[in-house]
Design a protein around this ligand. Structure first.
Ligand code: SAH
Length: 218
């Protein structure tokens, strides 16, 4: 237990009350010291339920968004998961708790400085089931494919074809699609490779920049 445990516990209790977050996801979030993933000048706000800047124009998602995406993904021990948009590494740590030591999280981040920082934070906390890759995650990461679960933490103009290809049959993907305001989709790929898309609701993420994302920020 660390010195911010009580604050974290209050955050998790609020998420349970307001969003009906499950006991499993709540327990995972209770384990991850979010304050170590945000820049020191925002540390005080680490357990507030809103996004925070992490530098380079990017943000760490609000805790409720992390929780909701984890619920929608239905993560189980042993799952191999691809995260596109590693950012601070916080979301991948929560997912790592849910898939356990027998599972694996591959997270791709396009900004090398952020990837490097996430790598360091995750390593110092002993998350050796998370691998941080620098690159364009809109192309997925074929080397470790296929994945049981894929989630994207940046807004995509459409669902990138390589991500569909790299998802296992029977797998699930969660992805925000759209420009200024996006729709969060849950995509299921059945045993025959057919896709079923469900809309969860409106969300707001920073843009996915890359070959199958937006071409640039400006
Ligand atoms: N999951 C992160 C949230 C990061 S915000 C966290 O827990 O902190 C989204 C991130 O996606 C940003 O860091 C941005 O640099 C990254 N990103 C945008 N386009 C990308 C791409 N094509 N490939 C990989 N990362 C990308």
């Amino acid at each position: 237990m660390d010195e911010r445990f009580e604050e974290r516990k209050r955050m998790v209790e609020r998420l349970k009350e307001e969003f009906g977050i499950s006991e499993r996801v709540a327990r995972a979030m209770l384990k991850v010291p979010r304050h170590l993933f945000v820049p020191p000048n925002y540390s005080r706000e680490a357990y507030a339920d809103y996004p925070l800047p992490i530098g380079y124009g990017q943000t760490i998602s609000a805790p409720h968004m992390v929780a909701i995406m984890c619920e929608l993904l239905d993560l189980l021990p042993g799952h191999r998961v691809l995260e596109v948009g590693g950012g601070s590494g916080y979301h991948s740590a929560v997912v790592a708790e849910l898939v356990g030591k027998s599972g694996k999280v591959i997270t791709i981040e396009r900004i090398p400085e952020l990837a490097e920082r996430a790598r360091k934070t995750l390593k110092s906390l002993g998350y050796d089931n998370v691998e941080v890759i620098i690159g364009d995650g809109s192309e997925g990461y074929v080397k470790e494919a296929p994945y049981d679960r894929i989630y994207v933490t940046a807004a995509s103009p459409k669902i990138p074809e390589p991500l569909i290809e790299q998802l296992k049959c029977g797998g699930k993907m969660v992805i925000p699609v759209g420009d200024t305001i996006q729709t969060l989709y849950v995509v299921e790929k059945d045993e025959k490779g057919r896709l079923k898309k469900k809309r969860w609701g409106s969300v707001r993420f920073v843009p996915l920049v890359g070959k199958y994302g937006f071409s640039s920020l400006f």
